[in-house]
Design a protein around this ligand. Structure first.
Ligand SMILES: [Zn+2]
Length: 178
């Protein structure tokens, strides 16, 4: 039951907030990119405050579990000294994978907001849906496609640049061999 004394947040207002947080997540993704990582960024919001942030660090850490969402969930757990992150919203630039979606269910995160779909490994609706699976004891509410074009472009620009760099390296090697 909703409290009539509480001013409900209008849909438009929430959409604007979501975009604002997503831009912050994109800035975190850019941090990852500076470190040579695939640019994915995440943050966790509670009561309209960012309580933890994270970005992809898998390569630097030699750790397949160091995804942006995992980094964020770990930091938030330390912050609140509880693995349960009740009444929080996780923002991430890319649709979570199965590992991250599973961690979100364990952490009882209330809502997931993501940018670009991940058609290869997305586990919030694209390939699988682990965050709204009725067989589990917890489901998240999901808002997808927030700044999807910008988030997707951040990733594809990274991969374009990386392909180009690899090609240039190969050509340089070839020339040296001649
Ligand atoms: Zn993941």
């Amino acid at each position: 039951m909703s409290n009539p004394l509480e001013t409900p947040v209008s849909l438009d207002e929430q959409a604007l907030k979501d975009e604002d947080y997503m831009r912050q997540a994109m800035a975190l993704a850019a941090e990852a990119e500076l470190q040579g990582e695939v640019p994915v960024g995440a943050l966790l919001v509670k009561d309209d405050k960012v309580i933890a942030t994270g970005y992809n660090l898998s390569i630097c850490r030699h750790d397949a579990s160091a995804h942006a969402e995992m980094e964020c969930i770990r930091a938030a757990g330390q912050m609140v000294e509880n693995y349960r992150l009740l009444d929080t919203t996780l923002y991430v630039t890319l649709e979570p994978c199965a590992m991250c979606a599973g961690a979100m269910v364990h952490a009882r995160i209330g809502r997931l907001v993501y940018g670009a779909d991940d058609l290869k490994t997305g586990a919030a609706g694209s390939v699988l849906d682990l965050v709204r699976n009725s067989a589990f004891n917890h489901q998240l509410s999901v808002t997808s496609g927030v700044l999807a074009t910008e988030c997707g472009e951040q990733l594809s620009a990274f991969f374009r640049r990386r392909r180009k760099e690899k090609k240039a390296l190969k050509q340089a090697e070839k020339q040296q061999g001649q």
